[in-house]
Design a protein around this ligand. Sequence first.
Ligand code: NAD
Length: 357
Amino acid sequence: MAHIVTLIPGDGIGPEVTEAARLVVEAAGVPIEWDIQEAGAAVMERAGTPLPRRVLESIMRSRVALKGPITTPVGTGFRSVNVALRQELDLFAAVRPSHSLPGIRSRFAGVDLVVIRENTEDLYAGIEFERGSEELERLRAETRRLAGFEIRQDAGVTVKPISVSGTQRIVRFAFDYARRHGRRSVTLGHKANIMHDSDGVFLFTAGVEAQFSPGVWFDEVQVDELALRLVTEPETLDVLLLPNLYGDIMSDLCAGLVGGLGLAPGANMGWEYAVFEPVHGSAPDIAGRGIANPLAIIRSAALMLEHLGELHAASSIDHAVHAVLADGSVRTGDLGGTARTSEMAGAIAAAVRRALA
Ligand code: NAD
């Protein structure tokens, strides 16, 4: 029987790279019925919202989605569809592996990291108070009364909630992931010395949970020091457990360590649903030119197939990616080559077919 998968092409380079991923998944021979759902700015004009209910309902039916990137307007306009999707479906864990790949020039060899990022709380929870608004005026008065702190009149405010229950589930997820994938350690990044009541909750709760997770080493480090370690000795780190904002930043850093955003896959997981998408965004600077690297979403699709239990197909895609990169004759511009998105996808699809023949 075919798997039903929601496919969200996204915008910018999204449609180009999702098409490439589809081609490769089809080459892997897994029967999939794609339920194509549009979201983002173009839909906003027609539906009055960038994330229509039908998109969420499709994922609630299929339980699995492959998603291209979606542009978020900066500063004004609608809120991030990506953040809304994670919150609406309670996709509380982002999993983003970064490891050294054959034929890819990078500063370090032997990097093998996985960022596990809490995906629903922290400064990305969406609790915002607009500069000059009546709500912010009331918040200023309460903060003055409760904390004796004077928020400047010309400030805007974003609230940073981190809960014990929200942390418990991401910590359990991280240790479970580490055990299932044979990883040796989980390193938590925080700034609890400054933010006692948010990062402090994350750190303290994780420390308690870690006691119930023997067999995987646990340590913690301030996130600025973690940034330094990542660019000086990344090979000493393994699974990184991070609150939402730091996780977002460190994922791009980790992608940069092993060849860039064009290669970095990701998964957003909850107890019920899973949405697979690349770490990169919609890359408006190269959109529509057919030159984007499709490997990040192709590798995200491989993670999706693994999730669907299609292990053989997933590993055939991994092997194909390794083989094409090692060969080096087909590469997109971000990897120093001249190949187009479709040529890269075609080369991976052909390598998948060879691996399965
Ligand atoms: P970006 O990831 O889109 O681009 C950063 C740089 O990397 C650009 O130079 C781009 O050309 C390059 N790049 C990214 N993906 C590439 C690929 N597959 N092949 C070759 N080069 C690639 O980041 P940005 O410019 O900060 O964000 C653009 C938009 O995407 C913003 O609106 C942002 O909010 C959104 N975004 C969406 C998601 C998502 O949908 N999950 C994630 C991140 C950013």
